[in-house]
Ligand binder design. Sequence first.
Ligand code: SAM
Length: 254
Amino acid sequence: MKENLMNHFIFKQFFLLWIVLFNAFFISSAVRAEDFYAVKRAQMIKAIEADVRTGYGNLAKKELDENVIKALNTVPRHEFVPKKLQQSAYDNRPLPIGHGQTISQPYIVAIMTNLLGVGKNDRILEIGTGSGYQIAVLAELVNKAYSIEIIEPLGKEAKARLQRLGYDNISLKIGDGYYGWEEHAPFDAIIVTAAASHIPPPLIQQLRPGGRMLIPVGSRFMVQELLLVEKTEEGKISTQQLLPVAFVPLTGKH
Ligand code: SAM
């Protein structure tokens, strides 16, 4: 009886020790992984800044705003790509996210965010949620962000991911972004992350006077031109060609 109690006591102690060691191992590997990605993120930002300094296209700014760098440094891009590609998440290139779609190249996300020039009181709209990465970067800078995705499974995945990461200032919808999101208009800024054949009139209409829109316009599966569309306080529209880009097409029945 005494021996049984002793054995039970030893077993319990051993079991507790095993749990402590097991947890310590997993916590330290999680910390190591976060450190690894923080280093990768810093390297990604260095690569983007070098590209921005070299500059191409008709870009006036040769450096990123401090708040854009901070946002890029905050959003965990590795959480937005498929598990098997996490190690490559911070390479300066687009990556596949399933359903024939891609998460945009970090450089493109950075310059589009910079060009949009958003502020902390702004309400913005993105067309083409994809993984949710671009809207997460923008959500770091604005008051309220909306995004529309046409492929239902991608939209659902992005919604779950953004909720898990705690982005409570983002609202997502599944639908054809060509028509915008009338209910929440006007928007201070609109960003379209799929290539359109023309600027959708509903998006121009939903842009606030004084607001700006970035949209790649051109042929499907070819190089397009990134346009900056501005609406004056009087409602006049001007467009400016900024640089050649390559986006997947804006689909839908419009
Ligand atoms: N911004 C995304 C990110 O950060 O991962 C990348 C966008 S990906 C290059 C383009 C996305 O636009 C795809 O997910 C595609 O399904 C979506 N898309 C294409 N046409 C659309 C439409 N009419 N309305 C809404 N989304 C659309």
